[in-house]
Design a protein around this ligand. Structure first.
Ligand code: VGL
Length: 201
């Protein structure tokens, strides 16, 4: 089932703070970058729209342990840590989905709770484009990837998760395996990029 104009690619939170040297570095997080780039280039070639979500927290976010949340400070609005990984090569038409920017929401994991630069949500934006199918890659398997996939399933989208294009935090061993189970249970298909969209000649 390759990319088509009715498919969208969602690249979740491939930001400096989730990669090597970041404040919440996901083990081997950088490994997703080449898979994201290949998926983005195949999506663009097929006329499939590309979206990149970003965690975009206020400096005093309830998501951070200093303010009652679970996490070290990361992806603070306007900082280097919040920028997309410098090696990501995305089509110029890629649209950013901003999430986690509320000073009140302690989670902000689901890109479907986020908004585009025009203030619209992802569901409405995808519906306007006639998109019925979503392909998901990025960070982290056990948080924002999982929650965005579940959000997409609740919105009635067909979802494929590219397993070679995701990596997990694994605060507890097995968290990523559990997340894969949860996504599959919700009806998401798990596949590698090449299985989803055969390698180009
Ligand atoms: C994420 C942990 C904390 C993610 C965000 O992007 O998956 N993980 N905040």
């Amino acid at each position: 089932m390759p990319f088509t104009p009715e498919t969208a690619l969602l690249i979740v939170d491939v930001q400096n703070d989730f990669c090597a040297g970041g404040t919440l570095a996901v083990p081997d997080g950088d490994d997703v970058v080449p898979v994201c780039n290949a998926a983005a280039s195949r999506a663009a070639a097929a006329g499939a729209p590309v979206f990149a979500s970003r965690d975009w927290h206020p400096a005093e976010s309830p998501h951070f342990s200093a303010y009652g949340g679970a996490w070290p400070v990361h992806c603070v609005q306007g900082t280097k840590g919040a920028r997309l990984h410098p090696d990501l090569m995305l089509p110029s038409s890629t649209r950013l989905v901003t999430k986690g920017d509320s000073p009140f929401d302690p989670h902000g994991y689901d890109a479907f709770d986020g908004h585009l630069d025009d203030g619209k949500g992802l569901v409405e934006t995808l519906r306007d484009r006639g998109v019925a199918q979503l392909v998901v890659v990025g960070l982290a398997t056990d948080y924002c990837v999982k929650n965005s996939v579940l959000g997409a399933r609740r919105a009635g989208l067909e979802v494929t998760v590219l397993t070679d294009g995701i990596r997990g935090v694994n605060l507890e061993p097995g968290d990523s395996a559990q997340a894969l189970d949860d996504m599959a249970h919700a009806g998401a298909v798990l596949a590698t990029l090449d299985a989803f969209d055969g390698a180009p000649e």
